[in-house]
Write a protein that binds this ligand. Structure first.
Ligand code: NI
Length: 389
């Protein structure tokens, strides 16, 4: 079966909502306008319950099916993200961002609109048993909005038993999906390193502790962790992306600062990398006599798809796009805070083809409105198939 027919009728509305949201991008938890737009629509659709202010600005809609309860699964959660990015839009679209320096460069405008479309259909037809909970979260882009909603009782309060997420995928043809069981996106950790050496005259290095050289040794040491500590069949990335020191060619600077990011695909490797980073930094400090302060901050966990739910999501996606429409994707080293929801409940995260668009977080990126019918149909079929009577 291809896309849901009624969704084709709804497409112009969903596209209009998407473009409206696109023009008014908001960052992190500051998604007040978008959240109000979502809550208004959910009320208009006749959701049984609309709750705002979960995880600061998160919105939840509850839709009860009309069929008698049947089977094990009684409450399913579907999640979209609402926040944009601090990027200056360069698309020249007629509906481009009206706020300079902010843009929907990750397609969360499309995610929000598609889940609204599914909510409208499900509230209208209610052709399922059990309860659907549509979740609109703030602060996916670095603010852990999913964790904030969970902390506010999202899962328990609404009795959510399984949870599903979706992201658009540039480079994946429209109408196709990509998914995998197990780790699908990486954990992301941040490191900040402050080096205190001993500054002085560039011509008298023996009287100094050169913070630039210490920084170089720290970087070299860190870059040997992936190549010489981690099993070659495991995955890890250590990228030091900032190195600040000095402001004169003849002065050895007193201090240097390094900042970077670490990505891993299992908790074991994550723990091992952290341990080795701490050892390398301590070792270089001892070797050079510099003082080195390390702040190691754990960010989003690994996004791990559960086997049974991934298999189910794959079947549903094939139903929408056809047998050949679902590819098994390799894990990505990017991160996603849906990981917190998958730690709380079983579920699956899927990518929905965005066609040949610019990449995510690029100033020329745009969500592909042609993907709307596929993503929305996926949500609907996920509910109707999981909670059929
Ligand atoms: Ni995103």
């Amino acid at each position: 079966m291809p896309i849901v027919n009624r969704v084709a009728d709804l497409q112009p509305d969903i596209q209009a909502w998407r473009r409206e949201i696109h023009q008014h991008p908001e960052l992190l938890y500051d998604v007040h306008r978008t959240a109000a737009f979502v809550a208004d629509k959910l009320r208009e659709f006749g959701c049984d319950e609309v709750v705002t202010g979960i995880g600061k600005t998160g919105v939840v809609g509850v839709i009860k099916g009309k069929k008698p309860a049947n089977g094990d699964l009684k409450v399913i959660g579907l999640r979209a993200d609402m926040d944009a990015l601090p990027i200056e839009e360069e698309t020249n679209l007629p509906y481009a961002s009206k706020t300079s320096g902010k843009m929907h460069a990750c397609g969360h405008d499309g995610h929000t609109a598609m889940l609204l479309g599914a909510a409208r259909y499900l509230a209208e037809t209610r052709n399922f048993a059990g309860t659907t909970v549509v979740i609109f979260q703030p602060a996916e882009e670095g603010g852990a909005g999913a964790a904030a909603m969970i902390k506010d009782g999202l899962m328990d309060r609404f009795g959510i038993e399984q949870v599903y997420g979706m992201h658009n995928g540039p480079g994946i043809p429209v109408g196709q999906f990509a998914i995998r069981t197990g780790p699908i996106m990486a954990a992301t950790d941040a490191i900040d390193i402050k080096i205190e050496g001993h500054g002085g005259h560039a011509a008298r290095p023996h009287k100094c502790i050169d913070s630039v050289l210490v920084g170089a040794q720290v970087i070299n040491g860190l870059q040997s962790i992936v190549s010489r500590t981690i099993d070659p069949l495991d995955s890890a990335v250590i990228s030091i992306c900032e190195f600040h020191a000095g402001n004169a060619r003849n002065v050895i600077p007193q201090t240097a600062e390094l900042r970077g990011t670490i990505r891993t695909l299992t908790e074991e490797v994550r723990g091992l990398v952290e341990k080795r980073v701490r050892e390398v930094v301590a070792g270089v400090a001892q070797m050079t006599g510099a003082r080195i302060d390390l702040v190691y901050e754990r960010g989003y966990p690994v996004t791990v798809n559960h086997a049974a739910q991934t298999e189910f999501a794959t079947r549903v996606a094939k139903e929408i796009g056809g047998e050949g429409a679902v590819g098994e994707m390799p894990p990505m080293m990017g991160a996603e805070d849906f990981s917190y929801m998958l730690e709380a409940r079983p579920g699956a995260f899927i990518f929905c083809g965005n066609g040949n668009s610019a990449g995510l977080h690029h100033p020329a990126y745009n969500f592909n409105d042609e993907a709307i019918v596929y993503g929305t149909s996926y949500w609907i079929k996920l509910v109707e198939n999981s909670m059929a009577a």
